[in-house]
Design a binder for this molecule. Sequence first.
Ligand SMILES: Cc1cc2nc3c(=O)[nH]c(=O)nc-3n(C[C@H](O)[C@H](O)[C@H](O)COP(=O)(O)OP(=O)(O)OC[C@H]3O[C@@H](n4cnc5c(N)ncnc54)[C@H](O)[C@@H]3O)c2cc1C
Length: 268
Amino acid sequence: MGYRWVRMSSMKVIVCVKQIPDPALPGELDSSTNTLKRDGKLILDESDSYGVEMALQLVDAAGGGEVALVSMAPNDEMSGMRTALAMGAAQGLLVSDPALAGSDALTTAKVLAAAVQRLGGADLVLAGTESSDGYTGTVPEQMAEVLGLPSVTFAKKVTVDGSTLKVDRQTEAGYDEVTCPLPALVSVTAGVVEPRYPSFKGIMAAKSKPVETVTAADLGVTPVGWEGSGQAVASVEQAPAREAGTIIEDDGESFGKIVEYLETIKVI
Ligand SMILES: Cc1cc2nc3c(=O)[nH]c(=O)nc-3n(C[C@H](O)[C@H](O)[C@H](O)COP(=O)(O)OP(=O)(O)OC[C@H]3O[C@@H](n4cnc5c(N)ncnc54)[C@H](O)[C@@H]3O)c2cc1C
């Protein structure tokens, strides 16, 4: 894909925000495809609220700039994007097209990469590590490949020093310190910042912020549909009910039983 990144005097961050059915509601599966029905209102995936917050903080730290959003969702649904706009993002680009139903992670990555380009590129693109509904945890890395950008994953802290990105990348044992040049694409680990609550003023302002809606054809991406998708949900089962915990009565010596239990699950 040929394009030119536009470097701004201030920082421009684009955040990928997936809009998902409210996890607090029971949800319903489409029996023919084993995927979640997504024809009602969709909300901002909590996984992506961390990227939005981090983007707002980075633009503040840079002394100016803009946070923009890209999302792919059915039925022109932008309720979740409005939440991110109410938090402080300035504008959004929504890709909504029935032909994209059944898209696999690679097609989603191509669509979102083309959406980033349509917004003129960015100094930094942020995404969640994995979404909360039917996740693959692979979209950000595939986007980076399509865009030809360095990809840094599992970021728990991100700072920008001139044109260099510094990331604390979470590992099982602690974290690695990673640096790379901008522009780059970073996936952010959940829980690393405290997403702000949209203020009343922010909610009102979000109603008039621009969100352009485009189709796959507008972006020059060829949909693969259910048939051409490289992934399928083979089967779905109820999650096992949570088992009751073990209750240890405190008889003055019960700490020994707790230590023993913690040793068996290798916590200590
Ligand atoms: C008409 C239509 C119907 C769809 N139906 C379904 C469905 O039934 N089930 C389903 O799970 N998905 C559906 N999608 C969305 C799309 O197919 C998925 O986003 C995609 O398959 C990969 O998501 P993932 O959860 O595996 O990404 P992951 O790799 O787990 O996500 C990591 C991060 O990538 C970014 N990201 C991923 N997907 C999107 C997105 N769509 N928009 C913006 N950012 C994103 C987010 O930052 C996310 O935190 C539909 C889309 C359309 C247009």
